[in-house]
Design a binder for this molecule. Sequence first.
Ligand code: ADP
Length: 394
Amino acid sequence: MKVLVLNTGSSSVKYQLFKMPEELVLCSGTIERIGDTEARIRHNSSKCSVDKPLTIPTHKFALKYIVGLLLDKDKGEVQSIEEIEAVGHRVVHGGHTFKSTVEITSEVKSKIKELFTLAPLHNPSNLEGINVAESIFKKAKQAAIFDTSFHQTIPLKAYKYAIPNEFLDNHHIRLFGFHGTSHKYVSQKAIDYLDNKKAKIISIHLGNGCSISAIRNGESKDHSLGFSPFNGLIMGTRSGDIDHTLIFYLVNTLNYELDEVKSILQSKSGMLGLTGFNDLRDIIAEAKRGNKKCKLALEMNAYRIKKYIGSYVAAMNGLDCIIFTAGIGENSKLIREMVCSEMDIFGIELDEEKNNKSKSGILEINKNNSKVKILVIPTNEELEIARQTFDLFK
Ligand code: ADP
């Protein structure tokens, strides 16, 4: 079965075409800056490689362009559009409704729409991707894979907020958890690597969005992102944990409009708000040049992660393994070093030499005698989505 995986963001589409169950990647690519005059396509397959600027006004146009590449007579991967039997869509927020991967129906789409207010940066574009894919791949089955599903095993005492009961009972206000596809994929890799199904794992996903998960027996037990993908760690543009009374203060005392506060906390805070830079590579380079704001932001970032590690060790009464994953986790030796420094109380001991190595696949970076294994595991949310889509329709 050929399964197309789509991760549709507000201005980008990431895609991979898989042959399942062989898990063979036939092609992959990204279209970035949709709606901008400087959109760019990067497409790779065994037959061709494309990397060029072009004008892509809409998501529909983007998907049609991708289909054009897939169907290309000489360089394409399929001869007819019907060969793609299933499309798997990443959907960020599944709320309390979606506990697992589902086939997309009109009812599913309206439920995803109802959740727009909970994930305003993600769910609208995810649904746009679904609508566009339905109009193009008319015969293919479509599946929604939710970032929240993996966290359904978090116990009540961890997902319930200490606010009046009616808010959970009547309005489903609770911690949901995100990046579940990534945490599931890398923790399963770690379980296989450790050969220990019961391992107590802390999985740290550090990309533009950042989150940390406590995982035991292969199940999510607690998570740093909550009701929406906002809480917890310091992210690219999101503040993570704050005292919520500062929202009242900004509105009531400093006279900000509520929408402005939302935009400050979601899009102008985090590493961007602290440094003026969004990309961690720039922040590290600046810190090396002596930029004090960047140095402090890196320290704050690592400190926040350390605090979560401590609380999750307590929550699980132990720790066997820490995983670093996603853009920053996989690539930033510095952040890994800062997070793991002075953590020997928990049996976490990083080996600097191993941390400086690069390797495809799993990289073990702890000292030989470290009680806790520290693993760098490249995430592969697309493969996890392809697996779940295939399992649903095979
Ligand atoms: P997304 O959440 O958009 O999927 P990614 O997982 O691709 O994000 O991570 C993107 C982030 O990874 C960028 O903001 C960049 O700061 C960071 N990154 C990528 N490579 C490196 C590197 N070599 N060193 C430090 N940070 C890196």
